[in-house]
Design a protein around this ligand. Structure first.
Ligand code: SAM
Length: 368
C-alpha cells in the first residue's frame, strides 16, 4: 500500500533522527533480522551499536551481515564502532545496555503481553533510561483503511492501540519516569482523513534529566548481566594506532609513487626538449624546497613534498610527527628531511637515453 514500504519508512524515520541528534550509543530493541542495524552502522557518529531480540536463531543467521566491509579496512573512518548483538528479553534488566543515547523499539511493543508491557516500560525508562527512545506501533484507528484487515495486523500481536490508547500509555510513562513525548508517525495517503492518523504511530521520548534523576534517586538495582552476547565486532578505525600507522604509511608510499611518476614523465620530456633544442638552461628552475631530485641512483623526495598531500597531512597532523613515524618504519629511508628511494633498472635506462643521464642534485635539479 505504501511506497516506500512501511517498514522502510519506519527505519528511515530512525535514520533521520540519528542524523539530526547524532547519538553515540544506540540500541535497537527487538532488532529482528538486523535490517535497521545494518543501516545504522553507516552513521559513523555512532560508536556503540547494540541489538537485542528473543529470537536468537535470526540473529545467529544474520550476524555476519554486520561485519565490517573490506573497504572499511582500506579506508578506515576516524571514529571507532563496536557492534554487539544480544539474546534477551526487553522485560529483563541488562546493565550492558544502560544509559544509551538512543533506544529504538520498532514494532515491538504490540508483541508483548499486557503484563510484559508494564515490565518493558519499567526496564526501558526506569532502568536503561536512554536519553531518547523511538517507539513505533500499529495504529488501530488506521486498520479500517487497510484492505482485507480484520482483527490485528499480525497473528503474534497481543493488542493494537488506538491513537488515544498509545497517547495515554505514553503520557503515563512520562509522568512516572521523567520523560516528555512527541507524537508522529509514518504511512499516510494524501486522501486519508487527518483524524485517522498514520498507519504506524510513533512516540519520540526525550529524557527530562532533572525530573528523571529525582524519580530514580531511591531505586537500587543489582547490575548482573542477564543477556547472552551472540556477536561482537570492532570496526577498524583511525583511533587504533596500528591502523592509523598502516593507513598513513600507505598514503606516504602512494604520495612518493605519485611524485616519482610525475618526476619521470617530466624528466623524459626535458630530455626530449634538450635533444631537439639543445637548450640545457631550461632544465634549471626555481626551487621551493619541495622539488624532488635525482642523486646517484636514488630519487630524493623532500618530506615537505610528501606532507603536502592532503591525506598525509590529515593523518599525520604535523611534519614532526610524520618524521617520527617514518624514522620508525623500515620500508622507507629518511635522511634528514628527505625520503630516499632507489630507482629501478628501467627508470635508470629510460632517463639515461641518448647520454642524458646525470645527477640533478638539489643545487641543479629538474623541476616538476
Ligand atoms: N524491529 C524490527 C523491524 O523493525 O523490522 C523487527 C520487528 S518484529 C515485528 C518484532 C521483533 O520483536 C521480533 O524480532 C521478535 O522476536 C522481537 N521480540 C518479541 N518479544 C520480544 C522481547 N520480549 N524482547 C526482545 N525482542 C522481542
Amino acid at each position: 500500500m505504501f511506497s516506500p514500504p512501511l517498514y522502510k519508512q519506519r527505519h528511515d524515520f530512525v535514520i533521520q533522527f540519528v542524523k539530526d541528534h547524532k547519538p553515540k550509543k544506540v540500541v535497537d530493541l527487538g532488532c529482528g533480522d538486523l535490517k535497521l542495524l545494518r543501516k545504522l552502522r553507516f552513521h559513523r557518529e555512532i560508536q556503540l551499536l547494540a541489538g537485542v531480540d528473543t529470537n536468537s536463531s535470526v540473529i545467529t543467521k544474520k550476524k555476519h551481515s554486520l561485519s565490517p566491509l573490506p573497504t572499511e579496512y582500506l579506508q578506515p573512518p576516524v571514529h571507532p564502532l563496536t557492534v554487539e548483538l544480544y539474546h534477551g528479553s526487553v522485560t529483563k534488566r541488562e546493565p550492558r545496555i544502560k544509559g544509551y543515547d538512543l533506544a529504538t523499539c520498532i514494532e515491538l511493543v504490540e508483541h508483548l503481553h499486557p503484563a510484559e508491557v508494564e515490565k518493558f516500560a519499567e526496564v526501558l525508562f526506569g532502568y536503561m533510561a536512554p536519553s531518547a527512545a523511538v517507539i513505533s506501533t500499529p495504529n488501530a484507528d488506521y486498520n479500517p483503511l487497510l484492505p482485507g484487515c480484520s482483527g490485528f495486523r499480525h497473528l503474534d500481536h497481543k493488542f493494537e492501540w488506538t491513537q488515544a490508547e498509545f497517547c495515554s500509555w505514553a503520557l503515563e510513562i512520562c509522568r512516572s519516569y521523567g520523560y516528555r513525548v512527541e507524537f508522529t508517525g509514518v504511512g499516510r495517503h494524501p486522501s486519508d482523513e487527518e483524524s485517522v492518523g498514520f498507519c504506524s504511530q510513533i512516540g519520540v521520548f526525550y529524557k527530562d534529566t532533572s525530573r528523571c534523576s529525582m524519580l530514580l534517586r531511591n531505586e537500587a538495582y543489582e547490575d548482573v548481566p542477564v543477556y547472552s552476547l551472540l556477536y561482537k565486532v570492532e570496526y577498524p578505525s583511525l583511533c587504533d594506532n596500528n591502523i592509523l600507522h598502516r593507513t598513513l604509511m600507505n598514503e606516504v608510499l602512494y604520495a612518493v609513487e605519485c611524485v616519482r611518476r610525475q618526476w619521470l614523465e617530466a624528466l623524459q620530456k626535458e630530455i626530449g626538449d634538450v635533444q631537439s633544442s639543445d637548450d640545457s638552461a631550461s632544465r634549471v628552475s626555481e626551487d621551493d624546497g619541495q622539488e624532488p631530485y635525482w642523486l646517484g641512483g636514488d630519487l630524493c623526495v623532500p618530506l615537505a613534498r610528501v606532507f603536502s598531500f592532503p591525506k598525509v597531512r590529515e593523518l599525520s597532523g604535523n611534519m614532526q610527527r610524520l618524521r617520527g613515524i617514518l624514522l620508525d618504519d623500515s620500508r622507507v629511508r629518511l635522511i634528514g628531511d628527505v625520503m630516499v628511494s632507489p630507482a629501478s633498472e628501467e627508470e635508470l635506462t629510460d632517463t639515461c637515453e641518448g647520454g642524458a643521464c646525470r645527477d640533478y642534485g638539489p643545487a641543479e635539479h629538474v623541476s616538476l
